[in-house]
Ligand binder design. Structure first.
Ligand code: BES
Ligand code: ZN
Ligand code: ZN
Length: 502
């Protein structure tokens, strides 16, 4: 991570390799305006900055970075401007605009060493957003190239946030804790399937939890068998790397509410006997993004000492095909005793999740949030950047609003009765997918199946992150190629909110 620190220095005279300021676009006009914080730099440059930037083609559009040589006018040899879009009507600029701008500018300053930043962060939340965006946007996954390619610029090392606010230090620490959780989730997603099978991922999870204040317990295949976790075992059966169920608990004194978190942890999804086509299969190393998110969320919540009890479940399995793999037509007895008719072994996520949700419900939580790379249908319906959220109506809406607030876009989805009735099975309690194999309401079938394991009356939400958990393509804002860490920041914001309930 970048070393973040604070100083009350003027942007014009701060000692750094570069100083960063913000600029706004002006609607329908061929002009830009400097954002708050840029005043001293403009003065040092003789009041010519806005004009010069226009001449250089800067528009102030969100995330646009322009670099200028200050030629001695400011102490920092480079002035970097970042676009923040149009000036907001309200007092404060949207937090995610700041987050995205910080992410973009940190990447543009690769090879710079030390930068200082003076963006329009009037509130601590805004300052925290800049810190978060910088850490997330500056992330790079250490690739497996030996030796490392030369000529590659070093990531920014140090970022000084210019502010006189004494309370900023605690806010930077909070932002660092959140970012660390997001980045660890990204790391786990990015590690290929051969290097992070269920036992190894359970180890990595235990390590991440240790020292956080939360406690971890790992059920191995023997314990899973003894406990009757038929869904996790069925999926794990086809692999030589046995399945695991990781359970993490955090129970601070004085907590009023209890939240259960459940995340899908398929370390690699071949599809099993119902094998996937080759195109895109490599991406299925990311099929444990939900598990990575919930475990890193509880770690951060513990480090932040949130006053809410949390129990997180990460069912881990590798969906392989072999002589011992489960097959279409099988009947599987899930944790708790309900039976499932297998239609398609590629719908493995709901099998491990049904077990984990049923188990989580036994802890008697006030809320249950489950997240998973569950269906390709989510991507078809909502694209790569908007998660689909199903569940009990009011709570589902709350989760969507929380996601939108932190820049992890979500959209509410229904659980229609006809989708559920299409999953009636002639031989088991429920069919794993539509019994005729119909793909209508594909994403919703996943939600309807999971709902079977949620007790009546429990507030719950299922967040399908098949698209948003992984980014293929060039970096934008604070999102870089590979794992995104979605929905860690939504879950943390939600838990922070629930911690204030009585
Ligand atoms: N892991 C996949 C879903 C997925 C697809 C995640 C694309 C990320 C990107 C899941 O296990 C799966 O294969 N789902 C099937 C379900 C179907 C067989 C009912 C799907 O979406 O096709
Ligand atoms: Zn699958
Ligand atoms: Zn899957």
């Amino acid at each position: 991570m970048i070393r973040l620190d604070l100083a009350a220095d003027s942007p014009a005279t701060v000692k750094a390799d570069a100083v960063v300021i913000g600029i706004h676009s002006v609607a329908d006009e061929d002009a830009i305006v400097l954002a708050a914080g840029a005043e001293s730099v403009d003065k040092a440059l003789g009041g010519t900055l806005a004009r010069t930037l226009r001449q250089l083609g800067a528009t102030g559009s969100a995330g646009e970075v322009t670099k200028l040589a200050s030629l001695g006018a400011t102490t920092a040899p480079v002035v970097a401007t970042v676009g923040l879009g149009a000036e907001p009507d309200e007092d404060e600029i949207e937090l995610d605009v700041l987050r995205r701008a910080a992410g973009a500018v940190v990447r543009a300053l690769k090879g710079t060493g030390h930068a200082a930043v003076a963006l329009p962060y009037a509130s601590l939340d805004a300052l925290g957003a800049v810190a978060e965006g910088a850490q997330l946007g500056g992330y790079e996954f250490a690739a497996y190239k030996t030796p490392p390619p030369n000529g590659q610029k070093e990531p920014l090392e140090r970022l000084t946030l210019l502010t006189a606010d004494k309370a900023a230090k605690a806010e930077i620490e909070r932002a660092n804790t959140v970012a660390e959780a997001v980045l660890r989730a990204r790391d786990w997603v990015n590690v290929p399937g051969n290097l992070l099978r269920p036992p190894a991922l359970a180890e990595a999870m235990s390590e991440a939890v240790s020292g956080s204040g939360a406690k971890v317990e790992v059920l191995d295949e023997k314990a899973l068998r003894a406990g009757g976790y038929g869904g996790i075992l069925a999926v794990g059966e086809g692999s030589e790397a046995p399945p695991r169920l990781v359970r993490v608990t955090y129970a601070p004194r004085g907590a009023k509410k209890h939240v259960a978190l459940v995340g899908k942890g398929i370390t690699f999804d071949t599809g099993g006997i119902s094998i996937k086509p080759l195109a895109g299969m490599g991406k299925m190393k990311s099929d444990m993004a939900g598990a990575a998110a919930v475990v890193n969320t509880i770690v951060a919540a513990a480090l932040l000492k949130l006053k809410v009890k949390i129990t997180a479940y990460a069912p881990l399995a590798e969906n392989m095909l072999s002589g011992s793999a489960y097959r279409p037509g099988d009947v599987v007895t899930m944790y708790g005793g309900k039976t499932v008719e297998i239609i398609n072994t590629d719908a493995e996520g709901r099998m491990v999740l049904g077990d984990a949700i049923a188990r989580a419900a036994e802890d008697d939580p006030d809320y249950l949030v489950e997240t998973s790379t569950l269906t390709g249908g989510q991507v078809v319906a909502l694209g790569n950047r908007t998660s689909g959220v199903m569940g009990s109506e009011e709570f589902r809406t709350r989760v969507v609003e929380t996601g939108d607030r932190v820049g992890e876009n979500m959209w509410p989805m229904p659980l229609p009765e006809d989708v559920r009735s299409g999953m009636d099975s002639p031989i088991a309690d429920v069919s794993q997918t539509n019994n005729a194999g119909e793909r209508a309401g594909h994403m919703l079938q996943g939600g309807a199946f999971l709902a079977e394991y949620v007790p009546e009356g429990l507030d719950w939400a299922h967040i399908d992150i098949a698209g948003p958990s992984y980014h293929s393509g060039g970096a934008y804002g604070y999102v870089v190629a590979g794992g995104t860490g979605v929905p860690v920041r939504t879950l943390l914001a939600l838990l922070t909110d629930i911690a204030t309930e009585s």
